[in-house]
Ligand binder design. Structure first.
Ligand code: IDP
Ligand code: MG
Length: 140
């Protein structure tokens, strides 16, 4: 296994319900380190670019609207196998289908308002981190 970095986002439904700390507690329990973190609000253009891969999906414009509806917390997580470790603790996209103990099962509201994002591959993690952080903002 290798030490990896992944991009995490705490989504507007979670920041609105004061769940930033609850999400971070579940992240840190896995052993992953939060090596960069900032609270921001995305412009429509930033959200459209980030989710470009989903452009053809029926939920795309709703998703862009949701992700720009309030503050988000963008993070870089680091650790052994970080991409898969974080996907596992996030749980399934639909909170109703997510396993007990996962972030989405314990904290999320719906398939759209599902509290967190995590990169799905090493290539996408690198792209998503570069879209959201300057190198000097990441302190590993
Ligand atoms: P993931 O976040 O589990 O990787 P993706 O399929 O990459 O799931 O979808 C990106 C985001 O789009 C989801 O996290 C969720 O917020 C939203 N989304 C996915 N599928 C649906 C849907 O069927 N209806 C509404 N929103 C959806
Ligand atoms: Mg995804």
């Amino acid at each position: 296994m290798a030490v990896e970095r992944t991009l995490s986002i705490i989504k507007p439904d979670a920041t609105a319900r004061n769940q930033t700390g609850a999400v971070n507690a579940l992240i840190e329990k896995t052993g992953l380190r939060i090596i960069a973190q900032k609270r921001v609000r995305w412009s429509k253009a930033q959200a459209e670019k980030f989710y470009e891969v989903h452009k053809a999906r029926p939920f795309y414009s709703d998703l862009v609207g949701f992700m720009t509806s309030g503050p988000i917390v963008v993070q870089v997580l680091e650790g052994e196998n970080a991409i898969q470790v974080y996907r596992d603790v996030m749980g399934a996209t639909d909170p109703a289908k997510a396993a007990p103990g996962t972030i989405r099962r314990e904290l999320a509201e719906s398939i759209e308002r599902n509290s967190v994002h995590g990169s799905d591959s090493a290539a996408n993690a690198a792209i998503e981190i570069a879209l959201n952080f300057k190198p000097e903002e990441i302190v590993g």
